[in-house]
Write a protein that binds this ligand. Structure first.
Ligand SMILES: Cc1ncc(COP(=O)(O)O)c(C=O)c1O
Length: 421
């Protein structure tokens, strides 16, 4: 069967196909940017309208008792279902960077691990900046960044060797933002545990598209944002998970009142909450939490196993298309071919990556617009969110790319850039 027919067939048999109608879609656009900002679900508009107009506009302060204090608990509970943690081990609030800071600070202060901070060159820059800001609390006053042959693939042997010979606090992105490389969680957590190390997993590019089972994988600590595959909206709060055996040994460096066991007693003495709530600081951002609630509902209804299965299928299909249609035009797949080691985006490389992205986004020659991400210096990220991206969308994308490359259309475009690419 040819690849076009295959794509159409796969869409027809897709058990998740009804989920697309839950989101605002544009028929003239293929949105492959799910891994920077997920789409807006219709219900989120209604939920936000209700919270703004009724709960805030009409009911004002009483909404804290009637709705908002409970909302955070409800969201935390739904997140615990998604990652299979116990209640009281995961909370949603504040940015990924802030949660990373709090947890790394807590680990360094706890004396449970060597005071060494180690990451690798595949990690997201913000994480490296946060670690760097805490280097004065380490024994050597510096952080170590393991470098591989390139910034695409992890050298697992080298990483494991480091964990064995240089135990301490590791921070890794479960799915690498640039290449989609997916780390073998269970294997690395085992090596860490056997060698007195802990790995803080940044799941920003993994949550909502890969199966994260904190119990099965023995994850001790995880963080991650909710605005990508969980469709929580721009700047929606992140999650922080800490397993209960470690949680009791850690304290939050930002001792705000929402981390207190009884914030509304207004006691002058700080007594931390006994569960993950001790890592909360100030008043939760209710308007940003409302969309997360709905994003989690949609993901839980679809089922993470089904989402992951479709994501793998989409990825394999896209790689096949690229190999058949684009490789003779200088396009290289930088993401792992083996789906066991791949998240939900494929990164392709081409020396004209930026100008190609501009053409895709512009809908040049009245074609459908395709929205990818550009990551320096030659990477085009094609993110496929299984809840609203179909197989034929990928077929159409590759055909548009083929036309751009065959006709060298990028030569007609200038190199100027906006801030967000
Ligand atoms: C892997 C990863 N980690 C951390 C961050 C930073 O998240 P935040 O802006 O919530 O601090 C991002 C943002 O895109 C990310 O992709």
């Amino acid at each position: 069967m040819d690849l076009k027919k295959q794509g159409l067939n796969k869409d027809k048999n897709d058990s998740l196909k009804s989920f697309k109608s839950k989101f605002i879609n544009n028929d003239n656009e293929i949105y492959l940017d799910g891994n920077s900002l997920g789409k807006l679900p219709y219900k989120t508009i209604l939920d936000l309208e209700n919270v703004i107009k009724k709960q805030w506009g009409e009911n004002l302060i009483s909404s804290w008792n009637d709705h908002w204090l409970e909302l955070n608990n409800l969201i935390n509970h739904k997140m615990s279902l998604l990652i299979n943690s116990d209640k009281g081990e995961v909370m949603v609030g504040e940015s990924t960077s802030v949660n990373l800071y709090k947890i790394i600070h807590a680990l360094l202060e706890s004396n449970e691990f060597n005071k060494a901070l180690i990451s690798d060159s595949l990690n997201f820059p913000s994480d490296l900046y946060v670690l760097d800001g805490l280097k004065n609390l380490t024994t050597k006053n510096k952080i170590k960044i393991i470098k591989y042959k390139d910034d695409i693939k992890c050298d697992l042997n080298l990483l494991k060797k480091n964990i064995k010979t240089d135990p301490g606090i590791y921070c890794l992105s479960l799915v690498s933002y640039k290449s989609s490389y997916l780390y073998p969680l269970n294997e690395l957590n085992k090596v860490a545990e056997e060698n007195g190390s802990v790995i803080v997993w940044d799941c920003s590019h993994a949550i909502g598209v890969t199966e994260i089972d904190v119990k099965k994988s023995n994850i001790k600590i995880a963080i991650g944002c909710t605005y990508k595959f969980l469709n929580g909206g721009p700047g929606s709060p992140s999650f922080l998970y800490v397993s209960s055996d470690i949680l009791e040994k850690l304290s939050n460096p930002v001792r705000g009142w929402f981390g207190h066991i009884n914030p509304f007693d207004f006691s002058n003495e700080y007594v931390p909450s006994s569960n993950i709530n001790k890592f909360r600081a100030g008043t939760p951002s209710i308007l940003s939490l409302v969309p997360v609630n709905n994003g989690l509902d949609i993901t839980l209804a679809a089922g993470i196993k089904n989402i992951r299965k479709k994501s793998i299928d989409l990825g394999n299909y896209l790689i096949e298309l690229i190999k058949n249609e684009l490789s003779q035009h200088g396009v290289v797949v930088a993401s792992p071919m083996n789906s066991d080691f791949r998240g939900s985006h494929i990164t392709i490389q081409h020396e004209e990556a930026w100008r190609i992205c501009k053409l895709l986004i512009s809908g040049y020659k009245k074609r459908k617009k395709v929205i990818p991400d550009f990551r320096p210096h030659n990477n085009i990220r094609l993110g496929y969110a299984p809840l609203y991206v179909g197989f034929f969308d990928l077929f159409e994308t590759v055909m548009i790319l083929k036309s751009i490359l065959e006709n060298k259309e990028y030569l007609s475009v200038d190199q100027s850039k906006k801030t967000v690419t």
